[in-house]
Ligand binder design. Structure first.
Ligand code: PMP
Length: 275
């Protein structure tokens, strides 16, 4: 197996050679944030947007991070890997406690960690189920505290699903690791940004791009019932791109009819970022 290129506290190494402390607050408290930055044909996609979101996540948790140094490190990591298509996972944690304590010492130094892997950005069809959104009230922060997502997605996997569509009090929020879109007639709908969803970079790129092609996009509060009226449903993320939902198991929905609007959006997106 190819060695995976990684970086820990700004020192480049192979992933399997990095040693971390069990007192890293990323380990004991998930006191950390992260980014996933895709690159295709050796060019990163929406690099600035990812760096800006990482900066916002750090600010929300009062984590200090040198953004110029981090950007350079991520670019160097991609270059070292010699990979053409893939993504970087980059994580920033509060640091290493001397002994586990909820309240941290202000003198801790930020701990950073990243790795780069190859990834093929190909279209996928997903079987999903809906579920109650079990998560906290700051899902807009890209934190590594993802236990709600992990529980829901693994529960769905037991029913043969690849993803979930979550809802809070019947209002759609997002996928387990993606944002959700659906099309009814000639309009594309997606939940509005709020503290209950991650402001997905793919979500933003897609909305901006399809609007330029005259496609009507509405952002608002939508319920599980709205999915029942949709001709197509899809999920977006940096690694999935636009992934079409073919079944919503618990709602007994099969989406194999008219999905022209999905196809048009996918075509616009792939022509812009993956060709
Ligand atoms: N929501 C959640 C919960 C996610 O984990 C992700 C993927 N990291 C997204 C949305 C999509 O974000 P992006 O398009 O920036 O990858």
């Amino acid at each position: 197996m190819e060695k995976i290129h990684a970086v820990y506290n700004s020192i480049f190494n192979y992933l399997d050679e990095i040693k971390i402390s069990p007192l890293s607050r990323a380990y004991t408290f998930s006191d950390s944030v992260y980014e996933v930055i895709p690159f295709f044909n050796s060019n990163s996609i929406a690099f600035e947007s990812h760096i800006n979101r990482l900066e916002r996540s750090c600010k929300a948790l009062n984590l200090s991070l040198d953004m110029d140094k981090t950007s350079k490190e991520i670019i160097d990591l991609i270059a070292k890997s010699n990979l053409i298509n893939g993504y970087v996972y980059y994580q920033v944690s509060r640091g290493i406690d001397s002994i586990r304590s909820h309240m941290f010492d202000d003198s801790l130094s930020t701990e950073t960690f990243g790795y780069v892997v190859s990834h093929s950005f190909k279209s996928q069809k997903l079987k999903v189920m809906t579920c109650e959104d079990l998560r906290w009230q700051r899902c807009d922060i890209k934190s590594t505290s993802l236990l709600g997502n992990v529980m829901s997605m693994n529960n769905a996997r037991m029913s043969g699903c690849h993803e979930v569509i979550m809802h809070k009090n019947n209002i759609l929020t997002e996928g387990g690791a993606s944002n959700v879109f659906f099309a009814i007639e000639e309009t594309v709908f997606t939940p509005a940004l709020s503290n209950n969803i991650l402001p997905g970079i793919t979500r933003e790129l897609l909305i901006d791009e399809i609007k330029q092609f005259g496609i009507k996009v509405e952002e608002g509060d939508y319920s599980v019932d709205d999915l029942k009226n949709a001709q197509s449903v899809w999920l977006t993320s940096s690694t999935k791109g636009l992934a079409q939902v073919t079944n919503i198991l618990d709602l007994d929905i099969q989406l194999n009819g008219d999905n022209r609007l999905f196809q048009k959006c996918e075509q616009i997106f792939f022509e812009k970022f993956f060709s």
